[in-house]
Design a protein around this ligand. Structure first.
Ligand code: TYD
Length: 137
């Protein structure tokens, strides 16, 4: 899998003077069935999250509130996405190392995931990730 597979997906948005509404249907608006949802919040100023890769997991990250940067790395190149709208999701394919930085005060990061939590799916060591990513091409 390559960085080229990772992309911003524009989600449906129902504009309404009473407030906007966005919805996400698994395998319809995003390329996978949703097996898990988690969210990060109360992130202290300057804290960085992520710093890992996944063997099989696909994810969609949405800035429900506030803003943050997601830095993606496929072992060959990196790309930074600035997230600050709740109707944009960042799709992350398998075999991508990700760092999350510059999280604004009060930001809420929602993550939709294609699999339930499985620690054996993680690369926690960057060198190990790099080796696997480069061998997989
Ligand atoms: P981690 O994936 O490292 O967080 P982040 O990507 O935000 O930096 O997970 C942090 C801790 O939470 C780790 O001990 C595993 C646990 N965890 C779960 O138990 N279930 C989950 O669905 C997730 C995402 C994490």
């Amino acid at each position: 899998m390559a960085l080229a597979d990772c992309r911003i997906i524009e989600l449906p948005k129902i504009n309404d003077p009473r407030g906007n509404l966005t919805f996400i249907e698994g395998s319809h608006h995003i390329p996978f069935d949703i097996k898990r949802v988690y969210y990060l919040y109360d992130v202290p100023c300057g804290a960085e999250r992520g710093a890992h890769g996944h063997r099989r997991l696909q994810q969609l990250i949405v800035a429900m509130s506030g803003s943050f940067d997601v830095i993606l790395d496929d072992g060959f190149e990196t790309r930074t996405f600035h997230m600050n709208r709740s109707y944009y999701g960042l799709y992350i394919s398998p075999m991508i190392w990700r760092n999350i930085a510059n999280v604004s005060s009060g930001a809420v990061l929602m993550v939709l995931a294609s699999e339930i939590y499985d620690e054996s799916d993680y690369f926690r060591d960057y060198q190990q990730f790099l080796k696997a990513a480069r061998n997989s091409r």
